[in-house]
Design a protein around this ligand. Structure first.
Ligand SMILES: Cc1cc2nc3c(=O)[nH]c(=O)nc-3n(C[C@H](O)[C@H](O)[C@H](O)COP(=O)(O)O)c2cc1C
Ligand code: SF4
Length: 726
């Protein structure tokens, strides 16, 4: 019996054991399924643990962050569908992060896997190719031409042949480097760039790339739609032998393009202009050609972990908690700054125009005296003319400024525009913020006066110079802060103007309506100008080629600020350019409503040569009759808006006409001129409430609009370059 029971127990034990095993297996399966269902929408297969994430982006653990949908605020990268978006919003919040990766091979993992990059984006001889270059002294341009020629030979894209583009003259970098998706998806960018330890046009390009990388309104990988890029740097190994200095800017460009999501078609090439430049370029081109001929991903890709945050991985999601946003922005700024130490040996701030820079040479060749590292002074042609008794400029006719007592200067040779009519011919530094060393205002004033007087001295031998005027010219009475560049860009402009006034030198300051904060902070000047080069957004972009993305809003703000500056003598300066802005009298009248300037100076553009940066020709220069027609139309448009303005004075000789508020016409006589002694005595009285009406003087009869003299002082002798026809 016992034996039977034991036998039964043994067989049941087997069944029981089998049952337990089956239950255990089923239970584990159910549990696994449950886990997968919970986590699938929010945790990608390769997502790191929360701790790793926090370490990666430098975040501290946060308690149950609140999901915030930024999809309405920031453009999304990638191609997630709306259902993806919905599920990610509902699921646990995800963080935007940049994951460190280092690519030492020729192509990225994305291309290698063949998954992330659509075939259309694979770089090949069929891709559209753009060869960009930047140059100061021309060698990078020569190299770029060579690259372009070779690319033209190998390109099989007959619809879009390879292009050669000078980065320094690109009016708007955004379509190429912020939103290439629109026009340049599938394009390969090849960049040939020099390196300068001093300021060069490339600095602005690099600043723009950094700005894009740090701008959280812009997709974190805006260059992803490109087929790829490659950079070749030119430098000088003899002059800059240290590894950190040789071709350092090419390295910066290479790295920034990678950070912005562009894929490297071929690694960075470098060459020394004095030794191996040509050979290295040829070798780089050979390899590049091979790569383009064989767009299939190579086998031996070496992707190493590193702290080089060059690429982001696929985790680039739209939901991030607000608290982390600030940290992420801070991190991004650190990333940008991190571009410097190893890549930028110029740890000290650069000079805007260093003495040994090609820009300095170019400016001095054009007749500028560069003062300190960012200011300039130049004798204007009217100063020479007045010294010879041949007439002063329109400022004498309108405001009583004697040209031989006037110094034209600027404390900032840099500007935030690239106007089509600019005299600087693209040689000057540009920028949206001040990023250079700053010279003291007293040093600038002393240097400017010295430079001015030195040039005056050189005129003593010029035939016809009037002795009395020559002697007077050594006491400057007026300073036109309008030479080139943007004077209010200089951080100590108020102190500088104060120093002019201490010496009883009047200040006429012209700004380009792009720096509202600086304009608001500007203290009293004798006459404050705002250049309004067009009356609507599209036209302003065409004429001024502004660097600020919000250039129009900036201009509008400046007009509002000007309207509030009731104690200042304010002027709109309009430069008329045929085929650009000469038909815009209605639009300009609207801007006058907004800015309420005391005066409107209208001037035909001065032709200063056609060049790569200045596309204007003589055809764009209006005749005096055309300027008159514009002014009369504008005057009628102002009257139609109920504004109290009228045409006051003219200087036909320089194609310039003045419209003034009617309050400056007292007892039938225009009072557009300035009583300078009165201005200084009011300034020194400490009365801060005096108005433009308190220092006016009558406009001479010969300067009034419609006078026989057309604004030319009858005491001077009219001189024409044209020889009389015999
Ligand atoms: C003022 C000055 C500064 C320079 N700084 C550097 C430098 O920091 N690193 C470098 O590799 N080459 C430097 N160079 C060499 C230039 O990069 C080289 O001459 C290049 O070919 C110039 O190109 P570009 O003619 O297209 O302007 C400098 C040259 C000059 C005149
Ligand atoms: S605002 Fe003046 S200095 Fe600046 S680009 Fe225009 S014309 Fe030249």
């Amino acid at each position: 019996m016992v034996g039977e029971i034991l036998e039964l127990w043994h067989s049941y034990r087997v069944y029981l054991l089998a049952l337990v095993v089956i239950i255990a297996v089923l239970f584990r399966r159910t549990e696994k399924n449950n886990n997968q269902t919970d986590e699938k929408p929010s945790v990608p297969a390769r997502a790191p643990s929360p701790a790793t994430r926090e370490k990666d982006v430098g975040l501290k653990p946060t308690a149950a962050p609140i999901p915030v949908d930024f999809t309405q605020l920031y453009s999304k990268s990638g191609s997630s569908t709306s259902s993806d978006e919905e599920s990610s919003t509902k699921a646990s919040p995800k963080k935007i992060r940049r994951v460190p990766k280092k690519f030492t091979g020729g192509v990225t993992a994305a291309i290698a896997s063949g998954k992330a990059v659509p075939t259309a984006l694979l770089p090949s001889v069929e891709s559209k190719i753009i060869v960009f270059f930047s140059t100061l002294t021309g060698s990078s341009e020569r190299y770029a031409q060579k690259v372009h020629k070779r690319i033209c030979q190998i390109s099989q894209n007959t619809v879009n042949p390879p292009e050669l583009v000078n980065l320094d003259y690109v009016e708007d970098l955004d379509p190429y480097f912020v939103s290439p998706k629109e026009k340049y998806a599938g394009t390969i960018y090849l960049l040939i760039v020099p390196s300068y330890e001093t300021e060069s046009p490339l600095d602005f390009f690099i600043e723009s790339l950094k700005e894009t990388y740090g701008d959280f309104r812009i997709d974190s990988r805006p260059l992803n739609p490109l087929a790829g890029f490659s950079v070749f740097g030119l430098g000088d190994k003899e002059g800059w032998p240290e590894e950190s200095k040789f071709c350092y800017q090419a390295r910066q460009v290479d790295k920034l393009l990678g950070k912005l999501g562009a894929r490297r078609v071929f690694p960075l090439g470098t060459g020394c202009i004095k030794t191996d430049g040509e050979a290295n370029l040829n070798e780089w081109l050979d390899h590049l050609e091979n790569t383009l001929n064989d767009p299939s991903p190579p086998e031996d890709i070496d992707i190493a972990d590193s702290d080089d945050e060059e690429e982001t991985d696929e985790i680039d999601e739209s939901v991030v908690d607000v608290e982390d946003m600030g940290k992420i922005i801070k991190k991004s700024k650190e990333d940008i700054a991190a571009c410097s130490p190893e890549d930028d040996p110029t740890t000290t701030t650069k000079q805007m125009v260093a003495k040994d820079s090609p820009t300095y040479k170019s400016l001095t060749k054009q007749g500028y005296t560069v003062v300190g590292s960012h200011s300039g002074v130049k004798i204007c042609r009217w100063t020479k003319s007045a010294l010879r008794g041949r007439g002063s400029c329109y400022k004498y006719s309108f405001y009583g400024i004697k040209s031989h007592l006037c110094m034209e200067a600027t404390p900032s040779l840099s500007c935030s525009n690239k106007c089509v009519f600019c005299w600087r011919h693209g040689t000057n530094p540009v920028g949206t913020t001040w990023r250079w060393q700053v010279d003291a205002p007293d040093v600038i004033l002393k240097g400017a006066l010295e430079g001015h007087y030195k040039k005056i001295k050189q005129l003593k031998g010029v035939p016809g110079v009037v002795a009395s005027r020559f002697a007077e010219a050594f006491t400057v009475r007026h300073c036109a802060l309008s030479l080139v560049g943007e004077p209010i860009f200089y951080p100590h402009i108020n102190e500088f103007v104060g120093m002019l006034h201490e010496r009883h030198i009047s200040s006429f300051l012209v700004c380009n309506a792009q720096h509202p904060a600086e304009l608001a902070a500007l203290k009293r000047v004798t006459q404050l100008y705002v250049s309004i080069d067009a009356s609507n957004k599209e036209s302003l972009k065409k004429v001024d080629r502004p660097l600020h993305r919000d250039f129009w809003e900036r201009m509008e703000k400046c007009l509002d600020i000007l309207r509030e500056k009731k104690l200042q003598r304010t002027v709109f300066r309009l430069t008329l350019v045929k085929d650009f802005n000469i038909d815009e009298h209605e639009g300009y009248a609207d801007l006058v409503v907004r800015g309420e300037p005391c005066f409107i100076e209208v001037k035909g553009v001065t032709y200063c040569g056609t060049s790569k940066s200045n596309p204007l020709t003589m055809q764009n220069v209006p005749f005096y009759e055309e300027v008159k027609a514009f002014v009369e139309n504008l005057n009628a448009s102002l009257a139609a808006r109920g504004l109290e303005y009228d045409i006051a004075a003219e200087h036909a000789h320089s194609c310039c006409i003045l419209i003034a508020q009617k309050r400056f016409k007292i007892d039938g006589v225009w009072h557009t001129a300035i009583n300078y002694d009165k201005f200084f005595s009011l300034l020194e009285s400490g009365d801060e409430t005096f108005t433009p009406m308190d220092y006016i003087a009558p406009t001479p009869q010969w300067a009034q609009y419609g006078s026989d003299e057309g604004g030319f002082n009858p005491d001077d002798t009219r001189f024409s370059r044209k020889k009389p026809v015999v």
